[in-house]
Design a protein around this ligand. Structure first.
Ligand code: SAM
Length: 267
């Protein structure tokens, strides 16, 4: 079989590839086998890769040894580099004629500040495209073998963030929608505000016995999951005591989840 010329393949996929440009690439929740083929090609042909803290190490290992790597921080909280600085660096590299891969966790278009990076590229006349990734909610649902929209139990699926730019609980969340008994709600970045979030949802009428699952490090070797209820959610999140990436999945459909067996459970 002929070896594949990845640079040529990229040039065909992205006409004008010899120009400097930016590709926002989703790395998925952590398992490198969940990368798209397009993402893998991008990692192997980039001139420079700007990556966030949450991008898993086995994925960084797939970057071409010829590419320059730049860790630009950003975990979803406690950003290590201001967004404006990341935008400026990314644009400057592309204007210098380089193929810049901006590598983000999960899907770049979900709670990833991709909008600001796309705007910065457009304002500078830099060609920009997006390669989607599997968002962490989908990675978690797959590991739990549960449908987020199970018929008769969930007719609405909503992704919400546990914090806004100030670090507090966003004031504009539609609490009636979160309290909808036929909704599945996935809370990204829940750690700091889960107490206030649960209190607001209960005050809006959410049944305290509604199933909830805390998922830490979804799809990674150190994955952990705790099945609980909304009433016990605060204690469950607090007990997990970790700075690692965490999601909370809430809704009646979550009663069908099957928690993966981990080695420690078997021993
Ligand atoms: C800035 S947001 C980025 C979300 C990402 N764009 C996505 O689509 O998953 C960071 C948050 O995503 C969630 N997250 C990312 N990877 C995760 C994982 N492997 N397990 C659990 N949560 C994860 C956590 O809530 C984390 O605080």
């Amino acid at each position: 079989m002929q070896p594949i010329d990845l640079r040529q393949a990229m040039a065909q996929s992205y006409p004008g590839a010899s120009l400097g440009r930016v590709l926002l690439v989703g790395s998925g929740p952590g398992d490198p086998e969940l990368l798209t083929v397009k993402a893998l090609k991008a990692l192997q042909t980039a001139d420079v890769v700007l990556f966030d803290t949450l991008v898993a190490k086995p994925i960084l290992d797939l970057i071409s040894p010829l590419a320059e790597r730049m860790h630009v921080g950003k975990k979803g909280y406690g950003d290590t580099r201001p967004q404006d600085e990341i935008n400026a660096r990314m644009v400057a590299l592309a204007l210098a004629g380089r193929f810049v891969v901006r590598l983000k966790s999960g899907d770049p278009l979900i709670f990833g500040r991709a909008g600001e990076e796309i705007d910065a590229c457009r304002a500078a006349g830099v060609p920009v495209e997006v390669v989607p990734g599997i968002t962490s909610a989908q990675g978690a649902a797959a590991r739990l073998c549960v449908s987020l929209t199970h018929r008769h139990e969930a007719r609405r699926l909503q992704y919400i963030t546990g914090h806004d730019t100030t670090g507090g609980l966003p004031q504009c969340i539609d609490w009636k929608a979160v309290a909808d008994p036929q909704a599945t709600t996935v809370v990204y970045m829940p750690r700091r505000t889960i107490g206030a979030l649960a209190a607001q949802a209960l005050a809006a009428g959410l049944d305290p016995s509604t199933p909830a699952i805390v998922v830490i490090n979804a799809t990674r070797p150190n994955e952990r999951m705790v099945a609980t209820t909304v009433a016990a959610l605060v204690a469950s999140v607090a007990a997990s005591e970790t700075p690692d990436p965490t999601l909370v999945l809430i809704g009646q459909a979550m009663a069908r989840a099957v928690l993966p067996v981990v080695a420690a459970d078997v021993a």
